[in-house]
Design a protein around this ligand. Structure first.
Ligand code: FES
Length: 106
């Protein structure tokens, strides 16, 4: 799927990612600024925090209890659209997904 990652300054970074890997991994591999993924996707760092365009909210896997707990520990404020990108496995249904990187991760 094709993903757009909006940067705090307004810059758009477009990536073409493989289905089946996490959004965090796709962004890290593409060296997208602001998606750090320091713990490698094991729900221990929250440096993969992104705000997901609400249009796509219904297409995402539900927030698990463990993700919910880590979302309370993000460096930038938690919003209703907050997700940890390591918990979003990319599928073709997510083609066109738009996410925004929080200020604090840049
Ligand atoms: Fe660490 Fe997502 S990569 S919580």
């Amino acid at each position: 799927p094709r993903i757009t990652v909006l940067q705090p300054g307004g810059r758009r970074v477009e990536i073409e990612a493989a289905a089946g890997i996490s959004l965090m991994l796709a962004a890290v591999r593409a060296q997208v600024p602001g998606v750090l993924g320091e713990c490698g996707g094991s729900l221990a760092c929250a440096t993969c925090h992104v705000y997901v365009d609400p249009v796509f909210a219904g297409r995402l896997p539900p927030v698990t209890a463990a993700e919910d707990e880590m979302l309370d520990a993000t460096a930038s404020e938690r919003r209703p659209s907050s997700r940890l990108s390591c918990q979003i496995v990319l599928t073709d249904a997510l083609d066109g997904l738009v996410v925004t990187v929080p200020d604090s991760q840049i």
